[in-house]
Write a protein that binds this ligand. Sequence first.
Ligand code: NAP
Ligand code: MG
Length: 473
Amino acid sequence: MPETITYDALLSRIQAHDGAAHDVFDPATGALIGRAPVEDESALERAVERAHAAQPRWAALSDDARRAYLHDAADAVERWAEPLAELLSREQGKPLEGLNARFEVGGCVAWLRATADTPLPHEVVVDDESTFAEMHYRPIGVVGAITPWNWPMMIAIWQIAPALRMGNTVVAKPAQSTDLSGLAIAAILNIVLPEGVLITVTGSGRTIGQALAAHPSVGKIMFTGSTEVGKQIIEASAGNVTRLTLELGGNDAGIVLPDVDPAAIAEGLFWGAFINTGQTCAALKRLYVHDDVYDDVVSHLAAFAAAVPMGVGLDTGNLLGPLQNRKQYETVARLVSAARDSGARIVLGGEPDPAAAGHFYPTTIIADIDPHNPLVVEEQFGPALPVIRYSDIDGVVALANESEFGLGASVWSRDRAAAQEVAGRLQAGTVWINSHGGLHPMVPFGGAKHSGYGREFGIEGLKAVSEPQVVVG
Ligand code: NAP
Ligand code: MG
């Protein structure tokens, strides 16, 4: 029978039919969109057992066979792209258009294919008269994949695809506020994958996530989320010496040097900060601008920002959406209030509509703010950007590096060599020049300091979900 590819067909594959469940509401409208299952620790136990049982047969396939499965999975995501994007938009809040829901589903396809196509041959490390030594990359076993709610499909793929490619099986735990998106992307992959290779368990982080991290049969945890929960995962997994890749919080600095053309960089600065309505780990979250160009950069940025439409994700033309959940809305509102109370200048936004049905916080730009204001030093994870004035490059580098986070950073200048010199002094896993936040499936990504450890994507990312084995002789 041919597949029926509709939004309703997707929802019926993943909805809770019986047992414990929670209602899922559209953050833009408050409308009920579905019910997601709430599973308990016994479900997690069964999932790990099934994944563990399926792993030897999956690992015994050739690398080429697993690569073909990932391409088949990418084909399936392409066929289901429109229903997936619609669900993502309804549940997460991000609009269909722009760098949002359709873009995220496209990212899933791109990462599946790139992960399939990245070669990882054995590496000869020594080959001389006395020694021949090679590095082989073996499967670890069962990988636990724990994801956040901001890019719930794409981040799941970032964890699942390399783990599968390297011969591991996966137990995935989506963030509870975007359970349906996590279930949906896995359900589409499971149209093509063999039984037991990828299992999703939904439920709270404190029960399912914690039990997954502490499980002795789980060899590796891929975790993306907050630094606080990252530390809990380190503790929960310590007794089993579980391998960890931790992609944690960020509070990325951008430094604008005095030689820029403010009109030319406004668009790049805006999307660097406001992609996914600011709910992005490696978004630009504090912008330091040299005094010589400060007023022009602020005014061009604010003019660009004021013209970008925000609204319900399924409505044509919107490029920004609501905050995904009330807790995040309250964090942004608290930080903007603190900035206002300190005397900082609200250039744009800052006044949410109390009658709005969804968790909409308007695009907000705040100038002349103290470098130690909470909006600057905390991760806001929403559409409010502080712009800090500086005049001394050593001082601004010190301020950028004061943060406990070190995910990304950017330097903006017409002089590439000058920008690279500043980049070399920044404590961050990635430094972009004249852009911020762009990712590529072959370019390693990850954080310094409390933004985590380990790298995803490309060859580094494949190695991260394998057990290196040296074969000598
Ligand atoms: P979060 O609260 O840390 O939750 C992330 C995931 O961990 C969710 O699935 C959550 O489940 C689960 N969890 C909660 N408590 C747990 C525990 N004790 N043990 C195991 N798992 C547990 O993060 P979030 O609020 O969803 O996401 C926002 C944060 O993620 C931000 O700080 C952002 O910067 C960061 N982030 C980082 C990256 C990166 O690549 N570095 C990318 C995206 C986001 P429940 O939802 O059920 O609680
Ligand atoms: Mg901040």
